[in-house]
Write a protein that binds this ligand. Structure first.
Ligand code: HEC
Ligand code: HEC
Length: 475
C-alpha cells in the first residue's frame, strides 16, 4: 500500500528522513570519539538515569557561548517573535477572499454603517465565540467594560474593537470614512482563545488553545456572497448555508473543500473539532488524520482553507477519487504572485513548536488518584503503547487504522493515509468542551476510557477507570 508518509514529496517524510540522518550522524560521531573522557561523561549521563531526557536537560556541560551559538540564539529569538506576530496578525492576503469576495465585513458592520443587514454587535460576536484581547484595549475602554458602561449592543462598538486590533484572529481593513473596506482572518481565529480575565470572552490571549466556542460555520454563513463556495463545491448557495450552519461551535471542516463531503453516512456533520495547536514539538504527523508535518499543514491551511496568497504543492490532491473538489480546483499546485505565505512558514513553524501545552489548574484533579491512574495508563490499560510520554503520541509514524481504535473510517478516509493519528494528550483539560476524538463523539474522558476498555478488552475495574480519568485530567 502506498502511504502518504513515504511519498517523497511530503514534507512530513522529509522532516523525518532528515532527523533520522541527523541521529545516524550523531551516533557515528559518538562512536568515533567515544574514547575521550568527555564523551564517556555524556554517555554515562544517558546510561545512569532512568529518565535520560530529563538528565540531558539538566546537563550544564558545554554551555560556553561561541559566536555560532550567539548567531543561533539570535536567530531563534527573531524567529519566535516573527512567528508570534504571523500566528496572531498575518492574514496572508486572505482579505481578498473573506472581505473582497464573500463580503463578510458588510454583514459585520450592518446597513447603518454602510454594510448589509442588522450588523453584528459585540454581544452577538461574543455569542458566536469571537474573543477580545484585553491587552489591545486602552485603559478607558477597559474601565468602561469593567463597569458595564460600553455599549455591547451596537455594531459601532464592534468596529471600534476591530480598529484596535483586539478581536482575536480577525483583522478589519478600514477606508477613509472609518467604515470597513474588507476583513481577513488569522491562525489565531481558531487556535487561540482568551482567559476571560475581564469578562467572558474578554481577557489575555492563550495562543495554541482550541477555540471550542467559535462557531466558524455560523460566522461564514453570515457572508452576503457565498456563491464562490457554492461554485467550488458544485452546489447551490442555500446548501452552502445549510452545511455551514450544521457545523456547530468548535467545529470546522478542513476536508470539505477537498472532497465536498459535508455529511457522514449517519447524517451527522463531517466537520471535526478544532484541535489545540500547542505541545506539538516532537510530534511527527499532524491533524486528526495525520496529513503531514506542522509546516506542511500550515502551508495547506494558509493557502487552501484561509485562502491566503501563497504557494502550495502536493500532487496527492490530484487524486480525483479521494479529493474530487481539490482535483477540479487545482489545489495540488496552487501558485500566487506575490507569494505572501512561503517566507513566513519558517518562523510560523518555529513559534508553533515553541508553544507549550498548558498545565491544568490546581485543584482541577485529584492528585492521589492521578498518581494511581498513571500506573494504570502504563500498565493494564496499555495506553502508553500508543500515547508514549512525554509526547503522548508515538515517536515515528503515529498513525492507526480506524479498526485499531474501534471507530468508523469516514474521517480517516478523507485524508491521504486513511488512518487516525494518535492524539497528543497534554493539556486535555483545555479542550474538554466539545468532547474527545476527532468529532467529539465522547463527551467525557470517562466515556473515552470505557470505550478503550470495551475495544481492547482491558477488563478495567471502576476504580481503575476513575483513577485513569484523573490522570488524563492532570496531563
Ligand atoms: C477556521 C479555523 C482554522 C483556522 C483559521 C486555522 N486552523 Fe488549524 N486546524 C483547524 C482544524 C479544524 C484542524 C483539524 C483539521 C483536521 O484534522 O482535518 C486544524 C489543525 C491544525 C494543526 C494540527 C494540530 C495537531 O493536533 O496536530 C495545526 C498545527 C494547525 N491547525 C495550525 C494552524 C495554523 C498555523 C493556522 C494559520 C496558518 C491555522 N491552523 C488556521 C482549524 C483552523
Ligand atoms: C492503538 C493505539 C492507541 C491506544 C492503545 C490508545 N489510544 Fe488513545 N488515541 C489513539 C488514536 C488514534 C486517537 C485519535 C482518535 C480520533 O481522533 O478519532 C486517540 C485519541 C485519544 C484521546 C482523545 C484526545 C482528544 O484530543 O480528543 C484520548 C483522551 C485518549 N486517546 C486516551 C487514551 C487512553 C486513556 C488509552 C488507554 C486506555 C488510549 N488512549 C489508548 C490511539 C490509541
Amino acid at each position: 500500500m502506498l502511504s502518504h508518509s513515504v511519498c517523497p514529496l511530503d514534507g512530513g517524510w522529509h522532516g523525518t528522513q532528515t532527523e533520522a540522518l541527523f541521529v545516524l550522524l550523531a551516533i557515528a560521531t559518538i562512536a568515533i570519539v567515544s574514547s575521550t573522557d568527555q564523551t564517556r561523561n555524556v554517555l554515562s549521563v544517558f546510561a545512569s538515569s532512568s529518565t535520560p531526557a530529563n538528565s540531558y536537560l539538566q546537563d550544564e556541560q558545554g554551555t560556553k557561548t561561541s559566536p555560532t551559538d550567539s548567531a543561533i540564539d539570535k536567530n531563534a529569538e527573531m524567529m519566535m517573535k516573527q512567528g508570534r506576530r504571523i500566528f496572531r496578525f498575518d492574514t496572508f492576503g486572505d482579505e481578498a477572499w473573506w472581505g473582497d469576495t464573500l463580503k463578510l465585513h458588510q454583514a459585520l458592520e450592518g446597513a447603518k454603517l454602510g454594510g448589509v443587514g442588522p450588523g453584528v454587535s459585540p454581544k452577538a460576536a461574543l455569542a458566536v465565540g469571537l474573543k477580545v484581547d484585553v491587552d489591545a484595549l486602552p485603559s478607558g475602554l477597559v474601565q468602561a467594560l469593567q463597569h458595564g458602561q460600553a455599549n455591547l449592543d451596537d455594531p459601532a462598538t464592534k468596529l471600534a474593537l476591530l480598529k484596535l486590533n483586539s478581536v482575536v484572529g480577525v483583522t478589519g481593513f478600514f477606508n477613509e470614512q472609518g467604515t470597513l473596506r474588507s476583513i481577513g482572518i488569522q491562525c489565531a481565529f481558531c487556535h487561540s482563545t482568551v482567559n476571560g480575565s475581564l469578562a467572558p470572552g474578554i481577557g489575555h490571549r492563550l495562543d495554541g488553545w482550541a477555540n471550542r466556542d467559535l462557531n466558524v460555520g455560523a460566522i461564514v454563513a453570515l457572508a452576503p456572497n457565498v456563491k464562490p463556495i457554492a461554485d467550488l463545491l458544485g452546489v447551490d448557495e442555500a446548501t452552502v448555508r445549510a452545511v455551514l450552519n450544521s457545523w456547530g461551535p468548535g467545529h470546522f471542516d478542513a476536508e470539505l473543500p477537498m472532497d465536498g463531503k459535508a455529511f457522514r453516512p449517519d447524517g451527522k456533520t463531517g466537520a471535526t473539532l478544532i484541535p489545540p495547536a500547542f505541545g506539538l514539538a516532537g510530534v511527527n504527523l499532524h491533524t486528526w488524520t495525520g496529513w503531514g508535518s506542522v509546516t506542511y499543514w500550515n502551508a495547506f491551511v494558509a493557502n487552501l482553507e484561509m485562502h491566503g496568497k501563497g504557494t502550495f504543492f502536493d500532487p496527492w490532491l490530484d487524486d480525483v477519487a479521494k479529493f474530487a473538489v481539490a482535483a477540479r480546483a487545482g489545489f495540488a499546485n496552487a501558485r500566487n504572485q506575490p507569494d505572501l505565505i512561503t517566507a513566513k512558514l519558517g518562523p510560523l513553524h518555529f513559534y508553533q513548536l515553541g508553544i507549550p501545552a498548558p498545565k491544568p489548574p490546581m485543584g482541577s484533579f485529584d492528585a492521589d488518584a492521578a498518581a494511581r491512574g498513571k500506573e494504570v495508563f502504563h500498565g493494564p490499560a496499555k495506553c502508553a503503547t500508543c500515547h508514549v510520554p512525554p509526547l503522548f503520541t508515538e515517536p515515528g509514524w503515529n498513525m492507526h487504522t480506524p479498526a485499531e481504535v474501534c471507530v468508523d473510517d469516514f474521517q480517516a478516509n478523507r485524508a491521504p493515509d486513511s488512518r487516525y493519528r494518535t492524539a497528543p494528550l497534554k493539556g486535555l483539560f483545555s479542550h474538554a468542551k466539545g468532547g474527545f476524538y476527532h468529532d467529539g463523539r465522547f463527551a467525557t474522558l470517562g466515556e473515552v476510557v470505557k470505550h478503550y476498555d470495551g475495544c481492547m478488552s482491558l477488563g478495567l475495574g471502576e476504580a481503575q477507570v476513575h483513577d485513569l480519568v484523573e490522570y488524563l485530567k492532570s496531563l
